[in-house]
Write a protein that binds this ligand. Structure first.
Ligand code: PMP
Ligand code: GLU
Length: 394
């Protein structure tokens, strides 16, 4: 009998975002003058009140297990945070605290899907959606938008999304920064009412929206769909707390209870220090506002500089801190499939600029640029993109 790993070990690749971002960080630590636009994380420090709360927990020294779904104080704080916004109604028992939004998503997909089930995923998508669905022996139905980066009911019909057991809606989007408006969500809600499936609303970038309308959630426009919606969010992005691993899921009680049972057998509870400190984060709205304003200015700097490069195309991101740069003009059409990988390597080798190729997000020929960087770095980065594109063999 030969010793072999299971099927998942064969099929699962690294997270390209995490891998390329660690490679860029390692180059910088080794003294290379790399500008890192891979990072899916804010470059700000965690707000001081959260750090102070964590120090207090350490001094207290009682750091045991907690309830699997999270400490009652934090679940109540999450519920109160949403209840302070219009058209929301969240009870603490409808909240689970998990190791980042990533584990919320995995818990949710695990309890919603049976093997072979399909999940409709708008393209381009965050790299982890297809990976998690595949790990659970499901299958994605890619939903291609016809115009711009946002999908419409027609796009869902065309993709055959009605066969799916779940739909993932990510607004603001990683990797495009696209944000669905209230009207667009109302149209999507009408389409959702025609079927009987779950909707996973990944709203991890909800506080990073630069439009006047701001972030609108599907739960606000379609209260009748709430039983079917699992909302995924957390503190990683808006509160500069990626390493604390505090994500939360909000859903109907039976859904949250099942997710909690799974979590009780997988990771028990999230780090107790992080949970206790996380309660303080909700009082840091001034910090969140200041970080959002900084991202907004950086977005404007990046967009302003990119407009000076002939041949690249992009949509102005309305939220999050990513921009998808269409570089197809510079790529040999015969070699388009891996063109963005070759371009990203070329930029890293010749210009010391780290980006993420669009292919793993389902958008070959594009580069994902993170603007979680200083304005000066962004100006310099665009200069490097322009120089790198001039020399790129295609
Ligand atoms: N959803 C999206 C769209 C993301 O970009 C990320 C980034 N990591 C996550 C979920 C997971 O966030 P977390 O760090 O809280 O696990
Ligand atoms: N979500 C971030 C990104 O896309 C962080 C890395 C990850 O978790 O994939 O870069």
């Amino acid at each position: 009998m030969s010793l072999r790993l299971g099927w998942l070990a064969e099929v699962l690749g690294d997270s390209p975002t995490l891998k390329l971002s660690s490679q860029a960080k390692a180059l910088i630590e080794a003294g290379e003058p790399v500008i890192n636009l891979t990072a899916g994380e804010p470059d700000f420090s965690t707000p001081e009140p959260v750090l102070a709360a964590a120090r207090k927990v350490l001094e207290d020294g009682r750091i045991g297990y907690t309830a699997s779904a999270g400490i009652p104080e934090l679940r109540a704080r999450v519920a109160a945070h949403y209840n302070a916004r219009p058209d929301q109604e969240v009870r603490p028992d409808q909240v689970i605290v998990s190791n980042g939004a990533k584990q919320v998503l995995y818990n949710a997909l695990s309890i919603l899907l049976d093997a072979g089930d399909k999940v409709a995923v708008p393209v381009p998508y965050w790299v982890t959606y297809p990976a998690q669905v595949a790990a659970l022996r499901g299958e994605i139905i890619p939903v291609e938008p016809t115009a711009g980066w946002k999908i419409t009911p027609d796009d869902l019909d065309r993709a055959g999304a009605a066969d799916a057991r779940a739909l993932i809606l990510n607004s603001p989007s990683n990797p495009t920064g696209a944000v669905y408006t209230r009207q667009e969500l109302e149209d999507l809600a009408d389409w959702c009412r025609r079927g009987d499936f779950f909707i996973l609303c990944d709203e991890i970038y909800e506080d990073l929206v630069f439009t006047d309308e701001g972030h609108v959630s599907l739960v606000q426009v379609a209260p009748d769909l709430r039983k079917r919606i699992v909302r995924i969010s957390g503190l990683s992005k808006s509160y500069a707390m990626t390493g604390w691993r505090v994500g939360f899921g909000i859903a109907d009680v039976p859904t949250i209870a099942a997710m909690t049972r799974l979590q009780s057998h997988s990771t028990s509870n999230i780090c107790t220090i992080a949970q206790k400190a996380a309660v303080a984060a909700f009082d840091c709205q001034a910090e969140v506002t200041a970080m959002r304003a900084a991202f907004h200015r950086r977005r404007d700097v990046l967009v302003g500089c990119l407009r000076d490069i002939d041949g690249v195309r992009f949509e102005v991101p309305a939220g999050a801190f990513y921009l998808m740069l269409d570089c197809r003009e510079f790529i040999d059409p015969e070699r388009r499939e891996d063109g963005c990988w070759r371009l990203a390597s070329h930029l890293l080798e010749t210009q010391k600029l780290a980006t993420i190729p669009g292919k793993p997000f389902g958008a070959p020929g594009h580069l994902r640029l993170s603007f979680a960087r200083s304005e000066d770095e962004l100006r310099e980065a665009v200069g490097r993109i322009a120089a790198g594109l001039r020399e790129f063999p295609g």
